[in-house]
Design a protein around this ligand. Structure first.
Ligand SMILES: Nc1ncnc2c1ncn2[C@@H]1O[C@H](COP(=O)(O)OP(=O)(O)O)[C@@H](O)[C@H]1O
Ligand SMILES: [Mg+2]
Length: 282
């Protein structure tokens, strides 16, 4: 049945019942009917939206379950090889364990992303603005991301004066930088460069993550911030792995800190993701 047909069928039904049960004047009856018709349309719209959301969620859960299996299978695979004793060389054992560890991190990241989206959607994401030392945050991000960069043979560096303090949420800022640096390393081929920068301006600090990797086409630079949008095409998406939620979450977190996350990029020319935070002291 078309939407129009549904709309006309319900009101005429209501109209007949209203005529039977009410002794009111025709005018009032018409008003009642109009109000009911408006309400029915509203409910139909809500119902339609809910159906869309349920469909979207089902698709998301199906995709995610698939994506979660990949890192889990590789963890189990690497551990199995070591347990069986098929890898005797300690260096090779270490390499397998490093890979299992990297897959474990990916798995944890994906689960974290799903929890964060749920929090953002329900308005339960809590942001605490405080004075944040960029030294601490940058040091932690460097320590966390370095093994992955080394594994991919991508150089990771930081460019900034020491001693900058900004206004933000330390934990969430770290999370945003981990997402951005993680992406930069992921989408930069071997021998490429990734840099995490902070530049002090009179009243704010520009924080950026720059790489010289594969870049992003102009026409995709808006879409990548939407949920579940990933590298073009299913095979590329799978090759790089991930949830397609990182940039969506990062932008929301930066917004909750009162700023906005932007990108400039060109295909094969690398990418630059940047935002600003209020400067407290330099
Ligand atoms: N530094 C980057 N260089 C090239 N493409 C990027 C970069 N960062 C993000 N992208 C593109 O944006 C998409 C969405 O990123 P994100 O939301 O973090 O999801 P995921 O990392 O799970 O794919 C990526 O799949 C990729 O296509
Ligand atoms: Mg990502």
């Amino acid at each position: 049945m078309s939407d129009d047909a549904a709309r006309t069928r319900v009101p005429s039904d209501i109209r007949r019942r209203a005529a039977r049960i009410s002794g009111e004047s025709l005018d009032e009856r018409d008003r009642l009917i109009q109000a009911l018709v408006a309400r029915v349309s509203e409910l139909e719209a809500t119902c339609h939206e809910t159906e869309e959301r349920v469909r979207e969620r089902t698709e998301i859960v199906a995709n995610l379950s698939h994506e979660l299996r990949t890192p889990l299978s590789s963890i189990l695979g690497f551990l199995q090889l070591i347990l069986e004793g098929s890898v005797e060389d300690p260096a090779e054992q270490r390499m397998f364990l490093t890979r299992a560890h990297a897959s474990g991190r990916r798995l944890l990241e994906m689960i974290g992303h799903v929890l964060d989206v749920t929090k953002l959607d329900s308005g339960m994401m809590e942001i605490e603005l405080e004075d944040v030392s960029l030294d601490d945050v940058f040091d932690e991000v460097m320590t966390l991301e370095m093994p992955l960069a080394q594994l991919k043979k991508v150089s990771l560096s930081e460019i900034r004066p020491r001693g900058l303090t900004v206004r933000g949420d330390a934990g969430r800022l770290k999370q945003v930088l981990i997402n951005l640096v993680g992406n930069a390393v992921k989408f930069t081929p071997e021998k490429g460069h990734v840099a995490m920068k902070a530049t002090a301006r009179p009243d704010h600090v520009v924080i950026e993550v720059v790489d010289d990797g594969i870049g992003i086409a102009k026409e995709r630079q808006t879409a990548i911030f939407e949920r579940f949008v990933q590298a073009e095409g299913a095979t590329t998406g799978r090759k790089f792995g991930g949830s397609g939620l990182g940039l969506f979450i990062s932008r929301q977190l930066v917004k909750l800190m009162g700023s906005d996350l932007s990108v400039t990029s060109e295909i094969d020319q690398g990418a630059r993701f940047f935002f600003r935070l209020p400067l407290v002291s330099a």
